[in-house]
Design a protein around this ligand. Structure first.
Ligand code: ZN
Length: 421
């Protein structure tokens, strides 16, 4: 039995869209008990399969094609969203904000392949796989995976034996960042980009990578990472107290901003940099204070500092929250070993499914349906994201999706609007 690749991609996406949690579940949830599964998937894929694959078929398919075509599919989808201007509302000074962060996504107790990273926890050694993700920030808190670089043990070797775990992590992520941006630029050569990253990127190599790939940046600025520059920053802040903006958020949090432009910094390789630094002190209604600081290539003036912080710097947590946590904990099961051989293929299928789920959850179609029922959002209408996936599975199994759902002409008139109100 030969299955068309388009059918197999939809079969694989169903695993994540319906949050089946493990590959085996395909055989139980998309089996012949669901009378409409085959017909619905055939019409989605524009194929004419007359029987269903089993879960192992997906494994053979991904082993055969490799991960690259699935990554390519993700790229075309993101390019389409950008062309449609569906993500424009989240731009910062005309640039797309791209969040950079690493995550572990596979952990084993014994060596699983030649590329495993190892981590010592007391007596036990853990064997891990990590990915460095570039996630494009869209409206309504959407985060769209736009490029991925896998980190493996060859990245860890240059840190040298006996280097601390923190040092190894920094080394790996900085090396992977350069490859990640090369990959991102190959797919999106003209895109205006502002990178958002944590304090480990605030160093000569972090500035150089941004420059080499024509990106702006907003990196978290921590005193310990660049102590001399931090001292300069604090000294100059005291000299220029008039550079201040006070802003109260709609939630009643008071923010006080101070900044310094064109700080001089010479890195360990003797390269000279001119960087801008922004500090924000936040006081919530209970009187608790939080301090934030960033280094950026974006120009800081009275009219820009709030946007740089609130639409750039502070958005970094979204990658941790809405990106990785959602992918680990919402039934997408990022840390589950869907395969021991072609895990990267599953990784990209998961990223594509997460994008589609976010468009469903935050897009205008379901929101309209929710509002007709007197609810504000799709999640409020269905009760939870888990319920939403369950309803999707039920409809895939039992409901013959109406022909108008497959009408390309009709669909071309529908715009995807992401609600950020
Ligand atoms: Zn491995």
């Amino acid at each position: 039995m030969v299955y068309h690749k388009r059918f197999m991609v939809w079969w694989g996406l169903s695993l994540f869209l319906c949050k089946l949690s493990s590959r085996r579940q395909l055989d139980y949830q998309l089996n012949t008990d669901g009378p409409e599964v085959l017909d619905n998937l055939n019409r989605l894929a524009e194929t004419a399969q007359d029987s269903r694959p089993v879960n192992q078929t997906l494994e053979y398919f991904l082993e055969g094609t490799g991960a690259a075509p699935i990554a390519g599919l993700r790229q075309r989808m993101v390019q389409r969203l950008i062309r449609m201007k569906a993500l424009d509302e989240a731009r910062l000074q005309g640039r797309f904000v791209i969040l950079i962060d690493g995550t572990g996504y596979l952990v084993f107790r014994s060596r699983h392949c030649d590329h495993c990273l190892t981590q010592q926890h007391g007596e036990t050694t853990l064997y891990m796989h990590q990915a460095l993700e570039a996630k494009l920030l869209g409206p309504a808190g959407t985060v769209v995976s736009i490029a991925t670089e896998f980190i493996d043990n060859s990245d860890a070797q240059s840190a040298g034996a006996g280097a601390s775990q923190e040092r190894v992590k920094q080394d790996c992520e900085l090396k992977a960042l350069r490859r990640l941006l090369a990959r991102l630029r190959a797919g999106f050569p003209q895109l205006r980009i502002c990178l958002c990253g944590d304090g480990l990127y605030a160093c000569g190599e972090g500035f150089q990578v941004a420059k080499d790939y024509k990106c702006d940046y907003i990196y978290t600025f921590k005193p310990g990472r660049l102590p001399a520059l931090w001292e300069d920053f604090q000294g100059l802040l005291r000299l220029e107290p008039q550079k201040q903006v006070v802003w109260t958020t709609p939630q009643g949090v008071e923010q006080v901003y101070h900044w310094v432009n064109a700080l001089d910094y010479t890195d360990s390789d003797g390269r000279r940099w001119s960087v801008n630094a922004l500090a924000c002190t936040e006081t919530n209604k209970e009187g608790n204070q939080t301090e934030w600081s960033w280094l950026t290539s974006l120009n800081l003036i009275h009219g820009t500092v709030v946007a740089v912080a609130s639409r750039g710097g502070r958005e970094r947590w979204r990658e941790e929250n809405e990106g990785f946590n959602t992918q680990k904990n919402s039934g997408l099961n990022l840390e589950h070993a869907y395969s021991h051989t072609c895990w990267a293929g599953y990784y990209f299928l998961l990223q594509i499914a997460h994008l589609l789920l976010q468009l469903m959850e935050k897009g205008s179609l379901l929101r309209q349906l929710a509002q007709e029922q007197g609810k504000r959002t799709a999640v409020e209408l269905f009760g939870s994201l888990k319920n939403l996936a369950q309803r999707l599975l039920e409809s895939l199994r039992y409901l013959r999706w109406p022909d108008e759902a497959f009408d390309r002409m009709g669909a071309s008139g529908i715009q995807i609007r992401l609600d950020s109100s």
